[in-house]
Design a protein around this ligand. Structure first.
Ligand SMILES: Nc1ncnc2c1ncn2[C@@H]1O[C@H](COP(=O)(O)OP(=O)(O)OP(=O)(O)O)[C@@H](O)[C@H]1O
Length: 202
């Protein structure tokens, strides 16, 4: 059986392919239920790798497969609902989290099956458990603190329940220790790891 996610010989260079290499022939296989931690020094390409997997960055060569199929086989919008990227700085997103949630729900409601609804948790209720008041969803992303934006982005990614792969880019880097523990505890409850894997980008 094909792994849930495979990254095969991924290579990407800086400056639209004209500069030095960021990733060179990078390979990764992730099985269903597996939690993978990507480690490496600042600037080595961790965010770039996650953005490539989410089809948000253009790479020069290599292949990324979800359940053995390319993003183009799914169609990129559908692929992005299956592979969700939670950015390090959601404050750079336009509009408000409530608008974002509406857009996802409008897109989802047309195709939602009972199977889709199984893993769903209300993102607002989830974020509330992490100390995010419901009124915050109506504020522009740019006006939220780094930690508030991170908790909302995380609640959106894991609460909607359609994602097969959730890519978390330092998801708790802007949180204080207590909030970090609360968020990590509930993430672990929602995403029980069958196995863990450490992968280095260097
Ligand atoms: N659009 C771009 N154009 C040119 N260089 C870029 C671009 N995006 C990223 N880079 C460079 O690619 C390298 C990898 O960046 P990336 O953000 O993936 O690193 P990282 O490992 O996530 O770092 P950190 O741990 O500091 O967040 C860096 O040298 C960065 O400056």
């Amino acid at each position: 059986m094909a792994p849930l996610l495979s990254v095969k010989r991924l290579s990407l260079r800086r400056d639209e392919g004209e500069g030095s290499a960021i990733l060179h022939d990078f390979n990764l296989e992730v099985e269903e239920g597996e939690v993978v931690i990507i480690k490496g020094p600042s600037g080595c390409g961790k965010t770039t790798l996650l953005k490539c997997i989410a089809e948000l960055s253009v790479y020069q060569s290599g292949e990324i497969l979800l359940d053995g199929k390319r993003s183009l086989d799914y169609g990129v919008p559908k692929y992005r609902t299956l592979v969700q990227y939670v950015p390090q700085r959601p404050s750079l997103l336009p509009g408000t989290p409530a608008e974002f949630l509406d857009t996802i729900r409008r897109f989802s409601s047309r195709k939602k099956t009972q199977e889709d609804q199984k893993g769903e948790t209300d993102p607002m209720a989830l974020a509330e458990k992490w100390g995010i008041e419901r009124t915050m969803w109506g504020r522009e992303w740019a006006t939220l603190s780094g930690g508030e934006g991170q908790r909302i982005a995380l609640a959106l990614a894991v609460g909607i329940g359609r994602a097969e792969v959730v890519l978390l880019d330092e998801p708790t880097s802007a949180l204080d220790e207590e909030s970090m523990k609360t968020v990590e505890r509930s993430l672990l409850e929602m995403l029980p790891p069958l196995r863990t894997q450490n992968s280095n980008v260097s």
